[in-house]
Every structure is written in structure tokens, then in C-alpha cells.
Design a protein. Structure first.
Length: 347
């Protein structure tokens, strides 16, 4: 069923001019034009590079609450939540968006991590009344961002999440999560996805993963990728600043270490937004500064081509290096990072 849905959706996108690689839409033939549109205009993105894990059963919410950094006990269908999933050492193995559809929970995370994280979580179900499944074939994932996104979503699907971030609105064949004032993740039943896309595309420019990834980087919202698994405690990636960690909830894997860092430790690294010219950057690339004496001073968490050239990136960097040194990509002779302002304050 999933393979048929994926094939039909891929064929439809191909007919719309999508260029695809590794199972997802990279762009629609003009990456720089799409990036410029994402920065200033109304854009529509295929989010096939994001996967879904579904959790069903009467213990699903309790089980997932006990595994992640955020409080899911009171999560209602009208709300979504960001959360991290850590190893016993408090390092993030994934971070994701969690929401309810009826009595089930859905977790959205990079498809590159979906199978690994699904299997790991399933190992801990034990006697709980929970089943985990690949839910990627059940909903087509679409991103909508830019001026007029709210009105276009309402006109197309007849729904509108409340005005606060993480609000969710549902229809029979679709639902949408508000990520920002004019940015939404939309989930549409496969049978209706092509028609919905065409209605949205009448007003919004189609873009691929490159442009959507840039929007995520620019918003300061990190994503753990295979190259950066098990490297950062949540605070290093600013999850404590973006509402993804609840320090009052009970135990979860790594909770003691995360709490100790918050209340007793001294955080030495933080995530920053930066730009580099003349070099490509990708998740997992190392960063260097003169004060670290041969050791790296940071790691690229996420990167995307930037409007106008170069790359924008989210980088976890030694705080001292960020404040007092020039930070370089790849080596001390590599491209210099130009640090930019995040849309939220860093203490």
C-alpha cells in the first residue's frame, strides 16, 4: 500500500516538474529561484524526505511520554509538541514533531532516521499495549510557507490552526500544524493529495527539499540527522529554548544527565545560525578555531544552500570560540563562519 501511494505521488510530482533523488524532491528545476521565493514569497514543498511513525493502542501516549524530553500526557488533537529522544547518556538520537490524530500519536522525523528510531522505540514497548508502525503511506506531507499561507490553507482545506505555534486543525481528509505565523506542515490523505497540491500551487510556488530545509535552518529549529546522532545533549541544540524540553516531567532515557546540565552544569556549547561563502556545508562537518589547539570547536548540525549563494547552517559551537575567535569550516584554513541572529534569544 505504501509503495503504491509513493509511486503514484512520485509520478504526479514528476508531471509537475519535480526533480527527485534518493526518494525525495530536491527541487523543481531552479534551486536559486526557489530559495529566493522561500525567503520572500509563498511556497509549497513536498516533504517526502520526512517520515512518520504511528503509535496506536491504549498505552500509546503514556509510553511515548516516558521516552521523550517533553510532556505528552496532556497532548490533545489540537496541539503538537517538539521533543527530543535521547540515549541513556543524554545525547539526542532524534528530535521530532509529535501530534495526535484521533486516538493515535504520530511522530514526524527525517525519513533517513525513521526505521532506526521506530525499531529502537519498539524494543522498549515490552508489555505495554502499544503498536508502532511506519505511517508514511497514510499521509502525504506538504509544507506551506510565506505571506498569505494562512488564507490559502483555509481556502483550500477549510481549516485553520489557532494562532499560537504548535496549534493543529483537523478535517476528515487532512490536518495542519502551525509552525510559525505563516508556516504550516499539512498532512493530506493520499487520494486527495494531488488535487490539494494543484489548488495550493495555483497561488504558491512549488519548491523542493533544498528550499524547505533552508526555511528550517533560518528559523533556528534543528534536526538530528544520521551524521549527528548521539552527539548533543538537548541544550546544546537549543531545545531548552524552543519548548522541546520539560524539566518538570518524570523520567525518560537520559533525563538525569539533561536535568543535571540544566541545574548543576555549565553549558560549554550552544547552537548558532551562521553563513559561509565559497564552500558547501553539510550535517556532521567539523568546525575549527585557533583556541582549540588542534581539536574541533564545533559541528554543523544542519546546512542548506542560502538565497543569493553560499550556505546557511545551524552549528553547535564552543561558546568561548563563538565569542572570541574566528570559526572556520573544515579546518583552520577553511571558509569563515559569519554568525547571524537567531529568531530567539540565547542566554
Amino acid at each position: 500500500m505504501k509503495r503504491l501511494m509513493t509511486t503514484n505521488w512520485n509520478e504526479f510530482l514528476h508531471s509537475c516538474g519535480a526533480r527527485r533523488a534518493d526518494g525525495y524532491t530536491t527541487d523543481f528545476g531552479d534551486l536559486q529561484g526557489e530559495l529566493a521565493a522561500a525567503k520572500q514569497g509563498l511556497v509549497l514543498a513536498d516533504l517526502s524526505h520526512w517520515g512518520l511513525i504511528g503509535f496506536s493502542g491504549e498505552d500509546a501516549q503514556t509510553f511515548l511520554h516516558g521516552q521523550v524530553t517533553n510532556d505528552l500526557r496532556t497532548l490533545k488533537p489540537e496541539r503538537a509538541a517538539f521533543a527530543g529522544y535521547c540515549s541513556a547518556k543524554g545525547r539526542m538520537l532524534a528530535n521530532f514533531l509529535v501530534f495526535r490524530r484521533g486516538d493515535e500519536l504520530l511522530v514526524m522525523l527525517p525519513e533517513a532516521l525513521r526505521e532506526t528510531i521506530q525499531k529502537r522505540l519498539a524494543m522498549f514497548i515490552l508489555r505495554a499495549k502499544v503498536k508502532a508502525r511506519d505511517a508514511g503511506g497514510e499521509w502525504v506531507r506538504i509544507g506551506l510557507s510565506g505571506p498569505g499561507a494562512e488564507a490559502l490553507l483555509t481556502a483550500t482545506l477549510g481549516i485553520m490552526p489557532a494562532s499560537d505555534i504548535m496549534a493543529v486543525a483537523h478535517a476528515d481528509n487532512a490536518f495542519a500544524v502551525r509552525l510559525g505565523s505563516d508556516r504550516f506542515d499539512i498532512f493530506v490523505a493520499p487520494a486527495d493529495a494531488s488535487e490539494v497540491w494543484e489548488q495550493l500551487a495555483a497561488s504558491a510556488r512549488p519548491v523542493g527539499a533544498g528550499a524547505w530545509d533552508w526555511l528550517m535552518v533560518d528559523s533556528g529549529i534543528p534536526t538530528v540527522m544520521p551524521e549527528t546522532q548521539d552527539q548533543f545533549v538537548p541544550q546544546m541544540a537549543n531545545l531548552d529554548l524552543t519548548g522541546a524540553v520539560n524539566f518538570k516531567k518524570g523520567c525518560y532515557p537520559g533525563q538525569e544527565i539533561v536535568a543535571r546540565m540544566q541545574y548543576l552544569g555549565r553549558l560549554k556549547q550552544r547552537m548558532y545560525l551562521a553563513h559561509v561563502e565559497g564552500a558547501a556545508a553539510q550535517a556532521g562537518d567539523l568546525l575549527y578555531s585557533a583556541d582549540m589547539e588542534g581539536q574541533h570547536s564545533g559541528t554543523v548540525m544542519n546546512a542548506a544552500p542560502a538565497p543569493g549563494g553560499g550556505h546557511d547552517l545551524l552549528a553547535v559551537v564552543q561558546i568561548g570560540s563563538r565569542e572570541h575567535q574566528t570559526v572556520h569550516l573544515g579546518s583552520l584554513q577553511g571558509a569563515k563562519l559569519e554568525f547571524l541572529a537567531l529568531p530567539y534569544a540565547i542566554p
